[in-house]
Design a protein. Structure first.
Length: 102
């Protein structure tokens, strides 16, 4: 698994890049879960977001922005954890870091 850009900017910013792609290679069809968790709390609250996608065997890309679903992610450093699951079981989690800037 590889994150193509380690820093993105919030969607309303004029700075680039605003999107990063998480590149994965799967050896079987699987449901991939991506969880983001900010390493520091914001006003005492833990910031988390996640998404799940069914992907086919081979190379795949998952697009990440500062908005995951309906949740806006505030600037900061996030731990991105990815797991793949199929009918046989769940693979080991892989973790990378992502920075979101204003």
């Amino acid at each position: 698994m590889k994150l193509t850009k380690k820093t993105i900017h919030v969607l309303k910013s004029d700075e680039k890049p605003r999107v990063t792609k998480l590149e994965l290679t799967l050896n079987t069809d699987a449901t991939v879960t991506v969880k983001l968790k900010r390493t520091k709390r914001v006003h005492g609250k833990t910031i988390k977001a996640g998404l799940t996608k069914a992907l086919e065997k081979g190379s795949a890309r998952v697009k990440l922005t500062s908005r995951i679903g309906s949740k806006k992610l505030p600037p900061g450093t996030y731990r991105v954890t990815v797991t793949a699951k199929n009918s046989v079981g769940t693979g080991a989690a892989t973790t990378v870091k992502l920075t979101i800037k204003a």
